[in-house]
Design a protein around this ligand. Structure first.
Ligand code: SF4
Ligand code: SF4
Length: 399
């Protein structure tokens, strides 16, 4: 490999580096700069460590695009031919340097720099062509198709306009509901914080808008109960919306006291009973997939003084489908009747609703369709379409 190396002398400067170090002959197994010998492996190790620790380091890096390879010959070099090689990048100070990386300080003297560009070394992955990058489209994090939380947030949005409420949410799948268009969450900090924040904010002088705390069933048992007790004790005017999907879905379906279980010897605990037990007077249960009824109950709950609790029940669709299989009823958009109002697209953002190649007859607007390979047949979109053009048919009749 022929490499064009440029060199330059720079003025006096002291350097602070982080990176990886090697002692020996880094060209032991091959004479060239290659991934096969120690020098190549050192660069590879450095690259991996930087990617792994990039978040912690980024404020501290001088210029990540410049990587240094420093050779330092100790006294015994003449005899042993072994020397130190340091591969790294410059940093501003010692803060946040991970233990796995070395720090090297070079004194303030003149340095001779040899510069080779990574492309000359043939070590960069092949460039992604424009054509290929056009195929990679942005994918914001979203709730799964058929997720019951989507249905609960739709009902919440229909009950209280977003600009007239404060929603403190918590840590779980439902945190994904903070993204538009559901936008169900103004603040999230850590597990159990929804109740603490909500309870505190509810005491803000002059606050007229309702405060809603959202928490999942698993998080409720884990860290929510103390916050609920505190909110009741402090007489906070707060609606606690427990989005109970009977699962600890985000971290891998570990059992929790109210999750779905097939162990007959285990009795599940009711969140409603726990809420009544600590003194909550208004406690209601809603079916996440019945938005009409949910809207009524949410509207009633936010008028109550003190803490009110609604448990929105809808099993995690992944857990349900794994156990029971897909329901028989498929959902379709009747393209001939769709008016292109986009309520199904803009209000629930189910990933199974995609664009078709058809347009409305009158205005020529694109018509959405349902991707049957993604749809888990929850039926929410059919409740949302104001024109009733999302219909259900038994699978066997459609094949
Ligand atoms: S909500 Fe109904 S009418 Fe509106 S775009 Fe969707 S399918 Fe068509
Ligand atoms: S039924 Fe509608 S809302 Fe439910 S997963 Fe299918 S497309 Fe999405």
């Amino acid at each position: 490999m022929i490499i064009n190396i440029e060199h330059s002398i720079i003025e006096e400067k002291s350097f602070l580096f982080i990176g990886c170090v090697f002692y020996g002959d880094p060209f032991h197994s091959a004479k060239e700069w290659t991934i096969e010998n120690e020098i190549g492996k050192l660069w590879e190790r450095y690259g991996n460590l930087i990617s792994k620790n990039y978040r912690a380091l980024k404020r501290n890096l001088v210029n990540l695009n410049i990587g240094y390879e420093i050779h330092i010959e100790p006294e015994e070099y003449i005899e042993t031919k072994n020397y130190f090689v340091f591969v790294g990048t410059e940093i501003k100070d010692y803060n946040d340097v991970p233990l796995e990386m070395f720090i090297k300080v070079l004194p303030k003297i003149k340095y001779l720099f040899f510069t080779a560009k990574a492309m000359d070394l043939d070590v960069l992955p092949p460039e992604i062509s424009q054509e290929q990058s056009a195929l990679i489209f942005p994918r914001p994090p979203v709730l799964c198709p058929g997720c019951p939380h989507r249905a609960t947030f739709y009902a919440l949005n229909k009950s209280i306009p977003r600009r007239h409420r404060l929603v403190s949410t918590d840590i779980g799948c439902y945190t994904l509901g903070v993204a538009p268009p559901l936008s169900a969450g103004n603040v999230t900090i850590c597990m159990g914080s929804s109740l603490g924040i909500g309870s505190g904010v509810a005491h803000s002088p002059g606050l007229k808008d309702p405060v809603v705390a959202i928490i999942g069933d698993s998080t409720f048992w884990h860290t929510g109960l103390p916050g609920l007790v505190n909110a009741v004790y402090n007489r906070s005017k707060l609606l606690l919306l427990v989005v109970d999907n009977s699962a600890t879905a985000m971290t891998g379906f570990q059992p929790n006291p109210s999750s779905f279980t097939s162990h007959s010897q285990v009795e599940t605990l009711a969140i409603e009973e726990a809420a009544r037990g600590v003194g909550v007077e208004f406690v209601a249960t809603i079916d996440a997939f019945n938005p009409k009824e949910s809207i009524k109950v949410i509207k009633e709950a936010v008028k109550k003084e003190g803490v009110s609790v609604i448990v929105s029940k809808g099993e995690c669709n992944i857990q349900f489908v794994r156990r029971e299989g897909l329901p028989e009823n498929k959902y379709y958009i009747e393209a001939d009747r769709c008016v292109g109002c986009y309520a199904c697209v803009n209000m629930i953002a189910c990933p199974a609703i995609i664009w078709s190649d058809r347009t409305t007859t009158e205005e020529g607007k694109p018509i959405p369709t349902i991707d049957q390979s993604l749809c888990t047949r929850c039926g929410l979109c059919a409740s949302v379409c104001p024109y009733g053009v999302i219909v259900t048919k038994i699978e066997s009749e459609t094949n």
